[in-house]
Ligand binder design. Structure first.
Ligand SMILES: [Zn+2]
Length: 429
């Protein structure tokens, strides 16, 4: 038995394509997809199933094109406390994914994970065992033998020379990757790496791209220094991750625009280290992040001039706050409409899924967010849990303040604390 069509009425439609918002729109969802968009104000059938959005903003679900779902700090037991077992990690991954979905993030592209935990989580989400965004995984990151391979133990597949690169790429297909991620330069987050020169050779990059494309996979390229960025663009990588030095080579931005490829600027990762709130980062890396943050802002301005398609990649923590990247792109010079496009259709394009998600167009999958307020007027609303009113995943309402009952406020304010004392180690009798 198929569910009847659901009519979302009185929507303020921000469809993700950049079209000016429309008031009083009805969007019809059927079989998990968008079946119709009607701005004519025509009455809907009296017996139709409907949700009156009351003028709230209806936009595509957010897509984070650059996340590391499994890269968070595990809580640590105090000295003398029972150790926190590694298996708890899986539950914490699930909690992060649930949090993302609650904040309207309906798809994520994970560009680097430790071991296979992320692949397991992807399966659990697909099976409906845990709520979470749709996950695209890269398996291991394909990299040259490098300090990062040791620093990010379990996240990289190191390989050298075209033949090894081809094998490393094929191994990711075997592992179940959705796309391939390569390190064309070193990483700013590893002190032993110099992120300026190209770390892979032109032949190595060309081989990975050729093998991936031949087999129907896209390639995401980590790019910091300009030399590696240039090689990635010239050899056909599909998305440029970070790409902060591109403002020095406007011809490369023009090439991205011409070939309709996507830049994922990840401003937030530079803020994350530059602000260094807890003094945990090596001073040299903090200084580097400050410089790179300036570069990344200049590149956003140059990309706007070049008309390059941008995507929202938070590349930071905490999970669920990906829209902070959207807000930062807005502050960096995008209009609020451009920033929302980056967080929806732009990121969908980065995932290679622009024909399926990221815009509210008949035929697309009904991954949607209803926002209480106007995110075009104030994008920061997207960071406020109370304003994320309803989240739809493939046509079903799965999260949001609108689903919480009046009793929701009675929920425990401090989950994880139990006032009953532990029994072990106490006097008996
Ligand atoms: Zn990253």
């Amino acid at each position: 038995m198929t569910a009847p069509p659901l009519h979302l009425t009185s929507a303020r439609l921000i469809d993700g394509t950049g079209t000016a918002p429309l008031e009083g729109v009805t969007v019809v969802l059927e079989d998990g997809r968008i079946a119709g968009v009607d701005a004519s104000g025509a009455p809907i059938p009296a017996d139709a199933v409907q949700i009156d959005l009351g003028g709230r903003a209806l936009m595509p679900g957010l897509v984070d094109a650059h996340v590391h779902v499994t890269a968070f700090d595990m809580p640590r037991a105090s000295k003398g406390q029972d150790a926190i077992v590694p298996e708890v990690r899986h539950h914490l991954i699930a909690a992060g994914l649930r949090r993302m979905l609650r904040m309207g993030i309906t798809t994520v592209r994970d560009v680097g994970a430790f071991g296979d935990d992320l692949l397991h989580a992807r399966q659990a989400v697909r099976l409906g065992a845990i709520p979470g965004p749709r996950i695209l995984a890269c398996g291991r990151i394909v990299s040259a033998t490098s300090p990062g391979g040791r620093h990010f133990d379990g996240m990289y597949r190191e390989a050298d020379g075209p033949d090894e690169m081809r094998k490393a790429t094929r191994e990711q297909f075997r592992r179940g990757a959705d796309f391939i991620k390569i390190m064309t330069t070193g990483a700013r987050s590893c002190e032993l790496e110099n992120s300026s020169p190209a770390q892979m050779t032109r032949a190595e990059i060309a081989t990975v791209v050729e093998e991936a494309h031949r087999m129907g996979y896209r390639v995401a390229a980590h790019c910091e220094g300009l030399d590696g960025t240039r090689l990635a663009i010239e050899e056909g990588a599909d998305t440029i991750e970070h790409g902060l030095e591109l403002h020095r080579a406007p011809e490369l931005l023009d090439e991205l625009t011409r070939s309709e490829r996507v830049l994922v600027p990840t401003l937030s990762c530079f803020f994350h280290v530059a602000e260094n709130l807890d003094d945990r980062w090596a001073p040299r890396l903090v200084e580097l992040a400050e410089r790179q943050r300036d570069d990344a802002h200049r590149t956003i301005e140059a990309a706007l001039r070049a008309g390059t398609r941008l995507a929202m990649g938070f590349d930071s923590q905490p999970h669920g706050q990906s829209a902070l990247e959207l807000v930062r792109m807005w502050r960096a010079g995008l209009t609020s409409m451009q920033a929302i496009m980056a967080g929806t259709a732009g990121s969908a394009a980065a995932c290679g899924l622009a024909d399926h998600i990221g815009s509210i167009v008949p035929g697309r999958v009904a991954d949607l967010v209803v926002v209480d307020g106007d995110p075009l007027d104030d994008p920061e609303l997207l960071l406020d849990e109370a304003r994320i009113w309803l989240v739809f995943q493939a046509g079903g309402a799965v999260a949001g303040a609108g689903l919480d009952s009046d009793l929701a406020s009675l929920r425990s304010a401090a989950p994880g604390t139990d006032p009953v004392p532990a029994l072990a180690g106490r006097p008996v009798g």
